[in-house]
Design a protein around this ligand. Structure first.
Ligand code: PHE
Length: 356
């Protein structure tokens, strides 16, 4: 009995985990365990023998049982200790900075928001249209018929139809002017909207990329005139550049406006640097005019009752001017060094009260 006692108490003490402990328990006091088998032998003993062996075996069984319980408790405590050590966390450590990995807002997005904020303050809503247009919206409705030279001049990207489909092809819109027509059809007059967006022309050199950004403006009412156009644009440029900017209207021609004007802003050219709002140089920034009666008609609006102005301005162009960015093509290279240098903080959302 002393041998059994020594053997099992040693094994219990040496059990490395709960499953080893269970194996020891079964071997000692399980149904077919050594101690249990010994207890069955009690039946074959004389009453005198049994009186000695019985209590001794019971005591042994109890001793092993409580040794197992104690060991189990110790193992559990050790496991918990181990976990607490492993999962230890210093909540007083300073947080890890994510500044280095944070992206920036692209100058085009920033200027887009600035333009929107300034025109919104003058009561212009934002309108949108698809980048893939029908040639009706991109050309015909804007008074540019099939034979018109402007179609060729626009370097249009055509979306070819499937073989045997003879409908005219869709185009990547060459300007934001189709949004004029869509807005007229959807809202009717009066209208006061801007339409910022991407436009496409098959052109690539230092000052042209095949995709660029324009913002269209359209204001229709009973008595809107070129004078209103001039005030709105001067108000816009002054807010945008943060300094009073003179404009110069030059007579021009667009099929969708009559009369038409190209608008220059005042600037100086000194040692390769352009400065807006000073000097006696001029820089062309947009096309504009009074919406042509045929265009109003195409938009479902009665030209005998309504009139107004429209303009189209290059967003990339005015972004370069304001933020001193020399090369247009770099806008779309996704060069991280360029983006970090010219990009804006995502937290610096342009607002008029914050200053654009
Ligand atoms: N759509 C013209 C262009 O892309 C600009 C423009 C818009 C001119 C509206 C007049 C009126 O060049």
């Amino acid at each position: 009995m002393e041998e059994l006692r020594q053997k099992y108490l040693t094994e219990v003490a040496g059990a490395a985990d709960e499953s080893a402990l269970e194996t020891v328990r079964l071997a000692a006091i399980g149904k077919k365990g050594e101690v249990s088998l010994k207890m069955r032998e009690l039946g074959r003993m004389t009453p005198e023998e049994r009186q000695v062996a019985g209590p001794a075996l019971n005591a042994l069984k109890d001793e092993i049982t409580s040794a197992i319980a104690a060991r189990k408790q110790a193992l559990g405590d050790a496991a918990l200790e181990e976990r607490l050590r492993g999962e230890w966390l210093d909540v007083t450590l300073p947080g890890r900075s994510r500044g280095a990995a944070m992206g920036t807002i692209h100058p085009v997005s920033q200027v887009w928001e600035e333009v929107t904020a300034i025109f919104a303050d003058m009561g212009f809503a934002v309108a949108e249209g698809p980048q893939i247009e029908t040639d009706f919206y991109n050309f015909d409705a804007l008074n540019i018929p099939s034979h018109h030279p402007a179609r060729g001049e626009m370097d249009t990207f055509y979306m070819h139809r499937a073989e045997g489909d003879n409908r005219p092809p869709h185009v990547l819109r060459t300007h934001t002017s189709p949004v004029q027509i869509r807005t007229m059809q959807e809202q009717g007059a009066p209208i006061r909207i801007i339409a910022p967006g991407r436009v496409y022309r098959a052109d690539y050199d230092q000052t042209h990329t095949p995709m660029f950004h324009q913002v269209e403006g359209l204001a229709l009412d009973k008595s809107i005139s070129m004078a209103n156009l001039k005030w709105v644009l001067e108000e816009f440029f002054t807010a945008y550049f943060g300094t009073t900017v003179k404009t110069r209207f030059r007579a021009s021609h667009f099929p969708f406006t009559e009369p038409s004007a190209e608008v220059d802003i005042q600037c100086s050219w000194e040692d390769g640097q352009v400065r807006v709002g000073e000097g006696d140089g001029w820089l062309e920034v947009l096309g504009s005019g009074m919406v042509h009666p045929s265009v109003l008609k195409a938009g479902g609006i009665d030209p005998d009752q309504w009139q107004g102005f429209a303009f189209g301005m290059g967003i990339d162009r005015i972004a370069m001017l304001k933020y001193g960015i020399p090369d247009l093509r770099a806008f779309f290279d996704s060069d991280l060094r360029w983006l970090r240098h010219y990009g804006f903080s995502p937290l610096a959302v342009p607002t008029l009260h914050g200053g654009v």
